[in-house]
Ligand binder design. Structure first.
Ligand SMILES: Cc1cc2nc3c(=O)[nH]c(=O)nc-3n(C[C@H](O)[C@H](O)[C@H](O)COP(=O)(O)OP(=O)(O)OC[C@H]3O[C@@H](n4cnc5c(N)ncnc54)[C@H](O)[C@@H]3O)c2cc1C
Length: 465
């Protein structure tokens, strides 16, 4: 027996013989990487530079057959299992110390059906891949606001994006998914096939299996009216008051983000970012109050291709920086919240940190809470505390500040969290991501589809509860 440092699902050490590993490798279409092999370090590196974990084996799958084999290997040998889609889990859920990492980064094909207006995309696809392929046909669906983020983690948690006002969350546009469950079976989940699993996938995160491909409903879309207005930080309180009022009643075509950040020349500023997907003249009228309020230091709102909107925020969150993020849903941005945000941002410890609100979107709010596992449909924004810094020695200061902001904001926040913001350590945060009835249903489905909790490196629903 060769010790590979492959931890079991209960964290103890176990090993696979060199013969076992070689035989497994011979059966793969994709690539198997062991520690110290060329490509291993690159493959274990994820978006958040704070995450530094070393899997015992990395299985870079080429297709569903590799995923099935990897799931069977982990289950039969009691090995800890991580699943990497777009690797943007801030908590570092997509990689593990010891154990096996299923790496889907080579599975990024997207097939668009322009007649049916649907797209099928593999589990390692990123929104940048997806948007380029669908926009070639003038089509789109709600995706995240950064092009490097994975469709998998984002959709399985819900998926808040610029088009959510008119079309809902990414999960609201999911038509079907192919899933390798803990038993190693590949199941299709849709409204007609395994509908209970389909319900759970739309908000239940990575708890129910490895999704090898997602099928989405698409909508016609090309040029949007988007961009941002920027004001000096001195006006933060006024801008936040305006934003709270303006965003309360907007047409479905519009979705918004309001954020405090530091400009590239080191000035603290507040920005309102918008995306209007509809008649452009109508959009100009709807957005006039945003442009008139102020006047802003900068007005960058203009017609642009949807793909430009989808990459507008990329530079703010580069791969490899140190990040500690918290987020919590909120229904109304009241005076207390505004005061707290302005007060804390005045002493933000890093120029790379952002505090802000991402609007869930009108359509999202209209979906019945029990329709999908994403159930906090009454919340109107996700309040984002996105701390980023470059020197690892500054971690304590930045993490402490983020937690202070959260504690001070707590009285103004919704009881619920967005599951994609759940931290690495918190059981109570997972519960807060769901209404009580939703959580009970998810536990029952976890017992059905993953009774031994093979898929545990996520916002974990414990089947033993
Ligand atoms: C820069 C940035 C911008 C973001 N913007 C948005 C936004 O606009 N809207 C929004 O809603 N969220 C946003 N998020 C949050 C994002 O939705 C989550 O971080 C999400 O989990 C990322 O998915 P991923 O596939 O990239 O991550 P990964 O780290 O690969 O995976 C995240 C989780 O999903 C599981 N998983 C991954 N792939 C699969 C699969 N194929 N099958 C089953 N489980 C899988 C993983 O095991 C892990 O538990 C953003 C995050 C970042 C870092």
């Amino acid at each position: 027996m060769v010790e590979l440092g492959v931890g079991t699902s209960t964290q103890a050490k176990s090993g696979l013989s060199a013969e076992q590993v070689d035989a497994f490798k011979g059966g793969l279409r994709g690539v198997l990487l062991r520690p110290r092999e060329p490509g291993y370090d690159e493959a274990r590196t994820v978006w958040n530079g704070m995450t530094d974990k070393r899997p015992g084996l990395i299985i870079r799958c080429a297709g569903a057959s590799d995923v099935i084999k990897a799931v069977n290997l982990a289950r039969d040998n009691g090995l800890l299992l991580a699943v990497r889609g777009g690797d943007h889990s801030v908590a570092g859920h997509s990689v593990c110390d010891g154990g096996i990492m299923i790496d889907l980064s080579a599975m990024r094909s997207v097939r668009v059906d322009p007649v049916k207006r649907t797209a099928r995309a593999e589990g390692g696809t990123r929104w940048g891949d997806f948007d380029k392929e669908t926009q070639a046909f003038g089509l789109a669906t709600t995706g995240g606001t950064n092009s490097d983020t994975g469709i998998a983690g984002l959709t399985l948690g819900g998926g808040i994006g610029w088009l959510a006002g008119k079309y809902g969350l990414s999960c609201d546009n999911l038509l079907s998914a192919d899933v390798v469950t803990a038993s190693g079976e590949l199941l299709t989940a849709s409204a007609t096939d395994n509908p209970d699993l389909f319900w759970a996938l739309r908000g239940g995160g990575g708890n129910f299996g490895v999704v090898t491909s997602f099928e989405y409903q698409l909508q016609e879309l090309s040029t949007i009216l988007g961009g941002m207005v920027i004001h000096s930080f001195a006006r933060a309180t006024d801008v936040l008051r305006f934003y709270a009022e303006f965003s309360r009643s907007i047409p479905d075509e519009l979705n918004t983000i309001c954020a405090l950040l530091t400009s590239p020349d080191g000035q603290p500023v507040i920005a309102i970012a918008v995306c209007y997907n509809g008649n452009l003249e109508q959009g100009e009228r709807v957005l006039q109050p945003v442009r008139d309020f102020g006047p802003p230091l900068v007005d960058q709102i203009s017609p642009m291709p949807y793909t430009a909107m989808q990459t507008m925020l990329d530079a703010a969150f580069p791969r490899g920086r140190q990040y500690y993020w918290k987020a919590n849903l909120i229904t109304d941005i009241g005076p207390n919240a505004i005061d707290v945000i302005a007060e804390y941002f005045a002493r933000v410890p890093s120029p790379f940190t952002v505090l802000g609100f991402q609007q869930l979107g009108n359509f999202t709010n209209r979906v019945a809470p029990g329709a999908t596992a994403f159930s906090h449909r009454d919340a109107r924004y996700d309040f984002l505390m996105l701390s980023g810094w470059e020197d690892p020695l500054q971690a304590d200061q930045n993490i402490a500040w983020t937690r202070e902001v959260y504690a001070a904001m707590r009285p103004s926040l919704h009881a619920g969290m967005y599951v994609n913001a759940v931290g690495a350590e918190s059981v109570s945060e997972v519960r807060a991501a769901y209404r009580a009835d939703t959580y009970g249903r998810l536990v029952a489905l976890k017992r059905k589809y993953d009774p031994t909790n093979l898929f545990r490196l996520n916002a974990n629903i414990d089947p033993g509860e």
